[in-house]
Design a protein around this ligand. Structure first.
Ligand code: CMP
Length: 140
């Protein structure tokens, strides 16, 4: 086990329904520490830049549109095996396939409005964290 950091986004469906605290409680109950956090309203350019890896996918435009429909909360989470641990408590991308007890099973509205994003590897976590945070904003 190694201490890692991962990038989390609470998506516009979360802020719209006032669920930030409930999801943060799940994150902390899982043993992850929120070591940086800010609420942003993404521009279209910011959303497209963040999801550039999906630029060729059919859902890219709709995804970027959805991510600009309201505020998001971007976070850096730290803990043992944080990348995999967070993906475990997030649940499957499509809430229809998400396991009981996971964030997406409990809160997600659809595969698009699926409440949370988490980095899928330590390498991507580092680049996603630097997309939103400077080093001085991360307080471990
Ligand atoms: P996220 O973890 O933020 O990464 C990419 C997002 O694209 C994903 O969560 C989903 O919310 C969204 N998405 C929309 N449609 C699809 C799809 N058909 N397959 C995968 N992801 C999708």
């Amino acid at each position: 086990m190694s201490v890692q950091q991962t990038l989390s986004i609470l998506k516009p469906d979360v802020t719209r329904r006032n669920l930030t605290g409930k999801i943060n409680a799940k994150i902390e109950d899982a043993g992850l520490r929120i070591i940086a956090q800010k609420r942003l309203w993404l521009t279209r350019a910011q959303a497209e830049g963040f999801y550039a890896v999906h630029a060729e996918r059919s859902f890219f435009s709709d995804l970027c549109e959805f991510m600009t429909t309201g505020p998001v909360v971007v976070q850096v989470l730290e803990g043992s095996d944080a990348v995999v641990k967070y993906r475990d408590i997030m649940g499957a991308t499509n809430p229809a396939n998400a396991a009981e007890g996971t964030i997406r099973k409990e809160f997600a509205e659809s595969i698009e409005a699926n409440s949370v994003h988490g980095s899928d590897s330590e390498e991507n976590a580092a680049s996603e964290i630097s997309y939103f945070f400077s080093r001085t904003e991360i307080v471990g």
